[in-house]
Design a protein. Structure first.
Lengths: 256, 256
């Protein structure tokens, strides 16, 4: 049976996240997985299960989510994309499609993922608060020192136990992850990007990591305290979870 | 009594346009004028009438709308902006405030206005259709020849009767306007801007003008036919009205 890989972009604003959710005694929630599955099934006229690489939370966006599904029907990827696309709502797009080996697992085979967090900052609400990009950019009114944020970010790179930067850690699974890159980029108009990539991420990890960088940027935490924060392995040491709208899954990588 | 001038930006997506509307036997519609007036009145604690320079339609955006109001209270413009801003919803912002002469009329005194229309084009729906900027960019699947659009746009510059490019022309008012500039700018990813400025605009004029340029770009009208189209002074000669989301009021100018 052919297996297909899709690269998907979506505006997470009006979605209850990636993963299908069907609360008891209620209508299914609107999710990206639900919409994509429906569009694929209408395109190939078969029952299909679409598995995504990353279960992005409600309000989180993606420019390069990866998903896969099997179906009996053999279709040219280009034609498949067009068929799915015309059946998708205007806040999801299939960017690429490919036939992949039957063993391809979008979660297990993933070697690296990249996230970007967009942030606007500045005291004057009237001019620093995002307007046209407010669904894609979080805002803090604190003045931020970008250099100390950069110094703090460097401490996250490498293999660490990130228990301090996650939520709902039941202690059953390892909280050790390897971060390949964590970069703070200053942009015009008091905006910045935090780009983080790694072999895997814990629940809410990027959003708590950015919250922690903001604490450093506003001077409440020292960049040099990051190693001790990680070593504490305790959520109480991380900072607030930043809101979802600033976060975007940029890419998912397979193989070296 | 002091008179204040405000420069206002808004995301028009969730508004029924600028102008207050109160249908009989129904709740008032959500309008920019309504929201701004409410925020101003809460700030100055007086009944206030806010007059805008341009009555933008439902779904049309603004980066530089201008409005004015009188109130008894004397306030530092900076403090006034902050007071209004904290009372505005997150899709409207007051960018600037100034005290102006009591005679200042935002409509009558306006010497020039600038609009921008953002358009994405391309046959492949999956990759050319706007996603994250879909509320601010219209889309056409036609392939467009930008050079012929530019040639057509040049014919609109100057003083002309624009009756062919308006809707609801009751013949009571003059349809002669002077266009100062009409420029088509090609951008990356098969996107373009049409920037139009002039001393005044008729109802739906920019959206019909852009629709006409698209007809030229896709080869259904010749750029050289624009003078005859204007001379016909008949709406039947203009093209479809393009959707509101691509349009943005960029600035309003007073004085030379």
């Amino acid at each position: 049976m052919p297996r297909y890989k899709l690269t998907i972009a979506y505006d997470g604003t009006a979605f209850h996240g990636w993963q299908k959710q069907h609360p008891p005694d209620a209508k299914p929630l609107r999710t990206v997985q639900g919409e994509v599955e429906k569009a694929v099934m209408e395109s190939v006229r078969e029952k299909v299960h679409v598995l995504g690489a990353s279960r992005t939370d409600a309000g989180v966006h993606a420019r390069g989510q990866v998903a896969a599904f099997n179906c009996e029907q053999v279709m040219e990827p280009e034609r498949l994309i067009e068929a799915i696309t015309t059946r998708l709502p205007d806040d999801v797009q299939v960017l690429e499609g490919a036939v992949v080996p039957e063993t391809f697992d979008p979660i297990q085979d993933c070697t690296s993922k990249g996230y970007r967090y967009q942030l606007a900052w500045g005291r004057r609400r009237a001019t620093s608060r995002p307007l046209f990009d407010r669904h894609y950019t979080a805002w803090t009114h604190y003045a931020l020192d970008i250099d100390s944020m950069r110094a703090a970010a460097a401490h996250f790179v490498g293999e660490h136990d990130f228990a301090s930067l996650t939520r709902l850690n039941h202690g059953r699974e390892s909280t050790v992850r390897t971060i390949h890159d964590c970069t703070v980029t200053a942009l015009e108009d008091d905006r910045l990007h935090v780009d983080v990539s790694g072999d895997g991420f814990l629940y809410n990890m990027v959003r708590i990591l950015v919250g922690t960088l903001i604490e450093v940027g506003r001077g409440r935490l020292a960049a040099e305290s990051m190693p001790a924060l990680l070593e504490a392995r305790d959520r109480g040491h991380g900072s607030v979870t930043m809101p979802p709208e600033g976060l975007c899954l940029m890419w998912v990588q397979y193989g070296a």
